[in-house]
Design a protein around this ligand. Structure first.
Ligand SMILES: Cc1ncc(COP(=O)(O)O)c(C=O)c1O
Length: 431
């Protein structure tokens, strides 16, 4: 039996479902032989995670940035319950339902420009795959062959499926092992200064005929290290794609729905992409759902009486009715509750609350954008111990790489946020 299985079996006081089930679970992003056992959760409420032994943790990361209204919001719950009784799911081939069509209409109205056509799927990685497939076929449908590659960026992360892995940063993107097996794209430096802009221009001048589009996480590269860039970078990319007649794809799976301070990062930047991907906070963290939204120009390239020009994609659970009900309810909350004001208040609090870390040994940078607060360290020697230290202090924060970060629910109370920040400052000060 592996060490971790022994540890799980020994989990003092753990519920029966936990000890019986854990030996059959394969955990995400974990070396199973050495990973610490996960915490058994029995309930969530607002910004709290309740453990089987009765401990309550304040959640600092909103379940991988999804639960933007906190957990168990009564409005979302009621919508999902109503939907469950009436129509939990129907296939989307040949059938349509109100939740999906209403959600598509609402997303199109919220997004800038003519991002009008919504293709639903069930995870962020798949939404990215679909965006890439759309972009490649966009050129084929126009009779232009050979444009099968993408330009993506160092520090970028777009998911764990094969196509998405191939556009992640080959080093920080966690998929270095697979390098040789993946389709080869161009992974460039973001055009932040004269040198990197010249390098991108040179690449496009030489290779544009092979390139379908440029793919970027606007304003914040999330899982690649919570790296920020200026809106000017996105303007440079829009200009470059216009000049070379390429598609521009924004992956807003992390940044979408208020996280960086505006509803979508593309709005803050004032740049409209040709395709945008959304997921994570789309359902307020309740159910899995993703969307790839295409501009009219992209959609029109598929509009034909030739069946070969259709987009041949259709995940079994696409536009799941429960997930669409949750997403519509989540959008209601953005309309009726002051989410973007809450994000602005969180940003101010994070700036002040994390500031003491700036002077600490081993801290390279402290940065805040919207409801994203980041402390970048020179190194983290024992990440599992650091994570456990936070739990011991009553907070759930999950550092990765060299980064300790907070991405709380927008509804977090001032006291809960203060507790998260003072714990970060305390634990960082112990290093
Ligand atoms: C920007 C971005 N794109 C894509 C993904 C992949 O999403 P999923 O984990 O739902 O497949 C993530 C997940 O962290 C992400 O942050």
């Amino acid at each position: 039996m592996s060490t971790s299985a022994v540890e799980w079996k020994q989990g003092a006081g753990a519920p029966e479902w936990y000890t019986a089930g854990l030996p059959h679970i394969w955990l995400p992003y974990a070396q199973m032989a050495t990973a610490r056992p996960p915490l058994p959760v029995v309930r969530t409420d607002g910004c709290r995670i309740v453990l089987a032994d009765g401990r309550e943790l304040i959640d600092g990361i909103a379940s991988w940035w999804t639960a933007c209204h906190g957990y168990n919001h009564s409005h979302i719950r009621a919508a999902v319950e109503r939907q469950l009784v009436r129509l939990p799911h129907v296939m989307f081939g040949g059938l349509a339902h109100e939740g999906a069509l209403t959600l598509a209409r609402r997303l199109a109205a919220l997004l800038p420009g003519d991002l009008e056509r919504v293709f639903f799927s069930e995870s962020g990685s798949v939404a990215v795959e679909i965006a890439m497939k759309m972009a490649v076929q966009f050129w084929l449908n126009r009779g232009i062959h050979g444009r099968t590659k993408f330009v993506a960026f160092k520090g970028g992360y777009h998911g764990d499926t094969t196509g998405a892995m191939a556009v992640c940063d080959p080093d920080s993107g966690m998929h270095a092992l697979f390098g040789g097996l993946l389709p080869q794209h161009f992974i460039a430096d973001l055009p932040r200064d004269a040198q990197s802009t010249a390098a991108l221009t040179a690449l496009l001048d030489r290779r544009a005929g092979e390139i379908a589009g440029i793919l970027v996480e606007p304003l914040v590269q999330g899982a690649g290290g919570m790296l920020f860039h200026e809106a000017a970078v996105l303007h440079t990319l829009r200009d470059a794609t216009n000049r070379h007649n390429l598609l521009l794809i924004f992956d807003e799976i992390f940044t979408g729905f208020g996280r960086t301070g505006s509803l979508f990062a593309c709005m803050a930047a004032g740049v409209v992409p040709d395709i945008i991907t959304l997921s994570k906070a789309l359902t307020g963290g309740t159910l899995p759902l993703a969307a790839t939204v295409a501009s009219t120009k992209v959609f029109d390239a598929f509009w034909s009486d030739d069946p070969q020009r259709a987009l041949m994609h259709g995940p079994t659970y696409m536009a799941n009715a429960l997930a669409c009900a949750a997403a519509n309810a989540s959008l209601d909350l953005f309309e009726v509750e002051p989410r973007l004001r809450q994000v602005a208040a969180i940003a101010t609090a994070l700036e002040q609350g994390l500031a003491p870390c700036r002077r600490m040994r081993g801290v390279k940078d402290v940065r805040v954008m919207g409801a994203v607060g980041v402390i970048e360290l020179d190194r983290i020697d024992d990440i599992e111990s650091l994570r456990a230290r936070f739990v011991a202090e009553g907070v759930f924060i999950r550092p990765f790489g060299t980064t300790v970060y907070l991405t709380p629910a927008f509804t977090i109370s001032a006291d809960e946020l203060a507790m998260l920040m003072s714990t970060v400052v305390k634990v960082m000060g112990e290093r």
